[in-house]
Design a protein around this ligand. Structure first.
Ligand code: SF4
Ligand code: SF4
Length: 396
């Protein structure tokens, strides 16, 4: 797999330390969303349909760095929205890298070439370019022609400037195993690492039709890994083989939602990057007040079809530290079982029903923005009155 040895050692040491300290719940990747505004409108995206006052909100540099310090995770993923739209993204990334955290700056790359000068190459920084397939599939997935070409140009410019680059793809059920394999061939030849995740049906995603169910996901990944063997290709996937083995239906994993906590313009999101069921103001509060036992596949209806990396990659990473022999048995993608019975599936019949929190959360946030504006106006008025009174006193 293509995660650098440097990163594997640092993250492995962090997990081993948490295990030795007897910590049962700890974060591995902080998802830091400094804004929701984007310059694309992909049909599968549930992040961009907020009212304009929410889309106009930004986390400040200080809020971002405080989140990184509070959380302590060794890896910080910066998705969005489109982070390159944030005017202070250079300072945010610089501050996180200075803390020796591995930064995955997610971008659709439309602005990458133009904004490269804001960043310095570092072993702690890589760009993670959103690329949902080859040209036709990607342009269709993001609903805009020409974006694939711009993204590839951005990737090459970043590579030429000495940056590490990954691509990340969300896999939908309208992709065949051959299309996924062709994409993995292409990205490997491009010299980038690849992160893939089965699409999760966001409750607010406008297009829910093409998300994968768990059964389809497992069969699709088995077919994809069969093609790796047939083509003799060791793709540069940036995942542990245990997570890939899980995608192929060979591991009976439960989700670890606290492994990837999320901080965005609402606060710290309960329970995970994919589900916004409530917000609190600190990481400590998130860890202590979230009813974790209520989330995960088999426990909650909204989690039923999820096999996403943000919930299950931390489970795989923690399993690798607890059971290193499992990793030795899976040295590479070719060793993943693609035939025969799968690991037992989680019973979904006892999952509690889905709850709707979205409208309340948006209404509360809009109310908060309105109050903040009124307070700012009142403060400005009071300052003007004081200044006028002072001017009169001086004149007298
Ligand atoms: S580029 Fe990413 S954030 Fe922007 S609309 Fe597409 S999926 Fe959403
Ligand atoms: S299974 Fe885990 S990662 Fe997936 S939606 Fe549920 S809590 Fe989030």
């Amino acid at each position: 797999m293509t995660v650098s040895l440097h990163q594997q050692v640092r993250v492995g040491a962090y997990v081993a330390k948490q295990t030795l300290l007897g910590r049962k719940k700890y974060p591995l990747v902080l998802f830091l969303e400094p804004l929701f505004r984007c310059n694309l409108a992909c049909p599968g995206c549930g992040k961009i349909d907020y009212p304009a006052p929410i889309l106009n909100k930004r986390l400040t540099v200080q809020e971002c760095l405080d989140a990184v310090d509070e959380c302590g995770a060794p890896v910080v993923a910066i998705p969005g929205g489109e982070p390159l739209i944030h005017k202070e993204i250079g300072e945010i990334v610089e501050g996180v890298v200075a803390r020796k955290k591995f930064v995955s700056l997610c971008t659709n790359a439309l602005l990458l070439e133009k904004k490269l000068h804001l960043f310095k190459p570092s072993p702690f920084l890589f760009f993670s370019v959103h690329l949902d397939g080859l040209e036709e599939e990607h342009d269709r997935a993001v609903d805009q022609k020409g974006t694939f070409e711009v993204a590839i140009k951005g990737i090459k410019a970043a590579q030429d400037a000495g940056f590490q680059v990954n691509v990340n793809a969300t896999i939908f059920d309208n992709m065949t195993a051959e299309q996924v394999a062709d994409y993995l061939d292409f990205a490997t030849d491009l010299g980038v690492g690849i992160s893939i995740s089965p699409g999760y049906a966001y409750e607010r995603a406008p297009d829910k039709e093409h998300f994968l169910s768990r059964e389809k996901t497992k069969n699709l990944f088995r077919d994809v890994f069969k093609l790796a063997k047939a083509r003799n290709r060791k793709w540069s996937l940036s995942h542990s083989t245990l997570f890939l083995d899980f995608l192929a239906g060979n591991q009976e994993y439960e989700c670890t939602p606290w492994g990837s906590p999320t901080r965005n313009v609402f606060g710290w999101q309960k329970p995970c990057y994919l589900l916004g069921e409530g917000y609190v103001s600190s990481f400590k509060e998130l860890m202590e007040t979230t009813e974790w036992e209520k989330y995960g596949t088999g426990k909650y209806e909204k989690c039923s079809n999820c096999m996403a990396h943000c919930g299950y990659e931390p489970t795989a990473a923690m399993d690798a530290v607890k059971n290193p022999m499992k990793l030795f048995k899976l040295p590479d993608i070719f060793s993943i079982k693609t035939e025969g019975p799968m690991a037992p599936e989680i019973d979904l019949t006892k999952a509690r029903s889905a709850e709707d929190h979205h409208e309340r959360i948006v209404a509360d946030e809009m109310d908060k923005i309105r109050r903040e504006k009124e307070d700012a106006k009142a403060r400005k008025k009071a300052t003007t009155l004081i200044e006028k009174r002072d001017d009169k006193t001086v004149a007298a």
